[in-house]
Design a protein. Structure first.
Length: 89
């Protein structure tokens, strides 16, 4: 489990990105990079980190399921993810 502060920090960043999205798009369209650089750093979508919904882990993240590989494997083996089966050949 990731530290709660990291998870909350990422949630705050997500809100900031949504708040400034329209203004950033407008400034980029105008080419006004001076005003764009004066916006908060966390307003940039590049600073967001994909995190597992269950554990908060950021490494080995699977976008399709919004889970880390560890949480995905645990849920898949217990049959909680529809359509996912363990492969064998």
């Amino acid at each position: 489990m990731a530290k709660t502060s990291w998870i909350e920090r990422n949630k705050r960043r997500r809100k900031t990105v949504e708040q400034y999205a329209a203004l950033r798009a407008e400034l980029k369209a105008k080419g006004d990079y001076v005003s764009l650089s004066q916006l908060p750093r966390d307003a940039s979508p590049t600073r967001l980190v994909n995190r597992c919904e269950q554990s908060g882990r950021r490494r080995a993240y699977m976008r399709r399921f919004k889970l880390s590989r560890l949480a995905f494997r645990e849920l898949a083996l217990s049959g909680m993810i529809p359509g996912v089966t363990k492969s064998s050949w």
